[in-house]
Design a binder for this molecule. Structure first.
Ligand code: UD1
Ligand code: CA
Length: 471
């Protein structure tokens, strides 16, 4: 019986002093998403009708992050002064005016919460005015301890207020509650700040519930309810989240060679039969199509990779697109605005920026392609440089369909090489090349027969004379 509608309050107004950071704690990212967004998501996924986030420290930045992720779905309430978790919850209640149901309260610094935990909580609430999750913790330091009388939960003691004997209790409060709204409103009004921190503790509503017909505790694994107070805990939680995301993709048909050695942000999508080798990092808005393969150490940020493409080891790409069946790397650098067409090849030590490569175009070795339009089937030889910058402005290099750029050429932009034209190796191209022309811009080679041995003899004699003069 968990049919009663529920709203959620997510507490996120605290500074997070223990993070030692300029950034509000709840904006530190876990798997590419501000921490606070995770419990909000869990609340929605569990079926919350409304979610209200209590903001305070860095309120504007937190509101902006929430809007970026959830648009107008999330409401916020301001806790201007941080007087404790109980006070924060109080500040959220006016936003629920007129709502009749249960209120789930979550903390914004517990990002691993899953919807099942929220549902277990709301189900248990049907038996009394309040339910809460509890965890067994091998190291309970810092957490509030669950006080029981026999089986019944009778209260929570904060670590700082706890006696020696209470500190030995290993059942802790991970900070998730569900309460009947009328009871909650009353209990919050009754809170006092008579404690070690001089704050209004939300945890005191548990004792109030116990006095009013029972607080129902449901044990839940700590692994998914760990709180983040410092950056060591942030790293631990991130590792769990990362593993969880990798596992989800693996179950959806992605081959991941080593689940604990890939780092995939939450917004990344991967089609079936994608292969990820170890140490692949996929950030932001990255999408990889069916059967594409990302080899060891590839780092992609906001990149779309189409089906069947192959990124060889240690390729780095940002704000770019890799077309169907294209090949990249090893050791390629695709900078923002790179757009590789189907079957294009970009090889080792090639850097591209704001450059579009057509179908089957190739730049396989040691090149810089900046501000370029490279049409279908163009071949850019080893060591070619697009000289795109004159110290003031960037200019475009346009290589028309099927042209061939010999190795070690420089294309001084703005420049255009016509369809099917040929640029000889080592040419500095400063004038447009017409279609089907050959551009050669280097001194003509001359061979002097037998000259090498005469030259050697002359140099040797010179060296001997110099040595003799020194003696
Ligand atoms: C809290 C619980 C503790 C529990 C632990 C679980 C209380 C009194 N204690 O302690 O029993 O074991 O979480 O992680 O609730 N916040 C506000 N306004 C405030 C103070 C805090 O919005 O005035 C927010 C914070 O931004 C944070 C959350 O509430 O997201 C928890 O606050 P924090 O100070 O980290 O509480 P803990 O000391 O961890
Ligand atoms: Ca905390």
């Amino acid at each position: 019986m968990s049919d009663r509608p529920f709203a959620a309050l997510v507490l996120a107004a605290g500074q997070g002093t223990r993070m030692k950071s300029q950034l509000p704690k709840v904006l530190h990212e876990v798997a590419g998403r501000p921490m606070v967004c995770w419990p909000v998501q869990a609340a929605f996924d569990a079926g919350a009708e409304q979610v209200v986030v209590i903001v305070g420290h860095g309120a504007e930045a937190v509101e902006e992050a929430l809007r970026a992720d959830f648009g107008d779905r999330v409401k916020t309430a301001l806790q201007a002064e941080q007087r404790g978790t109980g006070h924060a919850a109080r500040c959220g209640m006016p936003a629920l005016e007129g709502f009749d149901g249960d209120v789930v309260i979550l903390y914004g610094d517990v990002p691993l919460i899953e919807p099942e935990a929220v549902r277990a909580l709301t189900a248990a609430r049907q038996d009394g005015p309040l339910s809460l999750l509890t965890c067994r913790a091998p190291d309970p330091t810092g957490y509030g301890r669950i006080l029981r009388d026999g089986d019944a939960v009778v209260g929570i003691r904060e670590h700082k207020d706890a006696s020696e004997a209470e500190r030995a209790i290993d059942e802790i409060n991970p900070g998730l509650y569900a309460a009947e709204i009328g009871f909650l409103r009353e209990a919050l009004d009754g809170l006092s700040d008579d404690n070690a921190q001089g704050e209004l503790y939300l945890t005191d509503v548990v004792a109030a519930a116990a006095a009013k017909g029972g607080a129902r505790g449901v044990e839940w694994p700590l692994a998914s309810l760990q709180g983040v107070n410092d950056r060591a805990q942030l790293a631990e939680v991130t590792a769990v989240m990362r593993r969880r995301i990798a596992t989800r993709h693996a179950k959806n048909g992605v081959t991941i060679r080593d689940l604990s050695r890939v780092d995939i942000d939450h917004g990344v999508t991967l089609a079936p039969d994608v292969v990820l080798e170890p140490n692949v990092v996929l950030r932001g808005d990255t999408h990889v199509g069916e059967g594409a393969r990302l080899d060891v150490g590839c780092v992609l940020t906001n990149v779309t990779v189409d089906a069947g493409a192959y990124l060889k080891p240690y390729s780095v790409a940002t704000d770019s697109k890799v077309g169907e069946g294209a090949q990249v790397g090893p050791f390629s650098h695709l900078r923002p605005g790179s757009d590789l067409g189907p079957e294009a090849h970009v090889g080792n030590f090639v850097e591209t920026k704001k450059t579009k490569l057509g179908r089957g175009a190739k730049a396989n070795h040691l090149a810089y392609l900046g501000d370029g339009i490279v049409e279908d089937r163009v071949n850019v030889g080893a060591g070619t440089i697009f000289c795109n910058y004159d110290g003031f402005q960037k200019h475009v290099t346009h290589l028309e369909e099927g042209c061939f750029i010999g190795s070690d050429s420089q294309l001084v932009a703005p420049i255009r090489v016509g369809k099917g034209a040929y640029v000889a190796t080592g040419t500095t191209v400063t004038k447009n090349v017409p279609a089907d022309a050959l551009a050669v811009g280097r001194t003509r080679q001359e061979n002097k027969e037998g000259y090498a041995s005469r030259l050697r003899a002359r140099l040797e004699a010179k060296a001997k004379a110099a040595k003799a003069a020194k003696k």
